[in-house]
Ligand binder design. Structure first.
Ligand code: GDP
Length: 267
């Protein structure tokens, strides 16, 4: 094990502390741990793993190419550097969500968010609502971070990949249906949250109308008005959202191609 330890030590020494970071989030059972394990195992270099939240230092595997290194050749040190990233796996359990929220409020090196959903679970309404509530809150914190930024330029963009996982299951919805179901369900969450705010304002005796209106606007995800929420509305606040399907496990082996491609696009 000595050579391995040595290799690991050298690798860690050479790794800058500000690696591009991807947050792995989503409801419990979606497949985050399975995905993190797969990435850890597929790495050609020793990965460095720590716990709580689990962080994995790894390389974008071949044949995926970081967008920033398209014109570099393999072997070029800059190309190798560009492939490095850090994956932060955050616990999906409700009570532990503050891990993810903390990273979102201070996302210094966050290059993107991978939101994993179980594409079979979102076929029924309980599973769909659970995923949509979590996703709503994540998108709302990204929106608040953007609109609340002090600088006129606004903070750096943070794109979101919705990884529709478990497509190997025949009960799983295809990616385009995961997208439309989630958009509808997030619209419903948005509506019920707004109603909750209004009811509690009334219960508290009304108060300052303007303050209530400001609060309503701050807490409203996406465009105002009567229309449904759509992911493309997030582009206004620096967050491109894409939904891409795949599976970590399954009889035919893993298919995580679309997700690695997306990671490459952000590097
Ligand atoms: P986490 O709570 O998000 O970390 O989810 P896990 O990674 O623990 O996965 C939850 C369950 O889903 C486990 O039983 C996994 O074996 C299973 N699972 C994860 N990914 C897939 C997949 O792509 N296909 C299938 N069929 N099962 C999966």
């Amino acid at each position: 094990t000595l050579p391995i330890l040595l290799h690991r030590w050298i690798y860690r020494r050479a790794t800058p502390t500000t690696l591009p970071t991807f947050l792995l989030i989503g409801p419990s059972g979606a497949g985050k741990t399975a995905l993190a394990t797969l990435i850890e195992r597929s790495s050609v270099v020793p990965t460095h793993t720590s716990t709580a939240p689990l962080s994995i230092e790894t390389l974008l595997p071949e044949p995926y190419v970081p967008a920033s290194a398209h014109y570099r050749s393999a072997g070029d040190p800059a190309y190798e550097r560009a492939r490095r990233f850090l994956l932060l796996d955050t616990p999906g359990h409700g009570k532990l969500r503050h891990f993810a929220t903390k990273e979102l409020s201070n996302p210094e090196n966050v290059r993107g968010i991978i939101f994993v959903v179980d594409a079979a679970a979102v076929a029924d309404s309980a599973g769909l609502t659970e995923s949509a509530e979590y996703l709503h809150d994540v998108l709302l914190s990204l929106q608040k971070r953007y609109t609340g930024a002090k600088t006129s330029k606004g903070p750096k963009e943070i794109p979101v990949l919705i990884a529709a996982n478990k497509l190997d299951l025949f009960t799983a919805l295809p990616a385009h249906l995961v997208k439309s179901h989630l958009e509808k369900a997030v619209s419903a969450v948005r509506k019920s949250r707004a109603k909750g705010l209004k009811d509690s304002a009334i219960a508290l005796g009304g108060g300052d109308e303007n303050a209530i209106e400001d609060d309503r606007e701050n807490e409203w995800l996406g465009e105002g008005g009567e229309g449904e929420f759509e992911f493309r509305q997030m582009e206004e606040v620096g967050t491109g959202v894409v939904v891409r399907g795949g599976n970590v496990l399954g009889d035919g082996g893993a298919d995580v191609k679309a997700w690695f491609e997306w990671v490459g696009e952000q590097l």
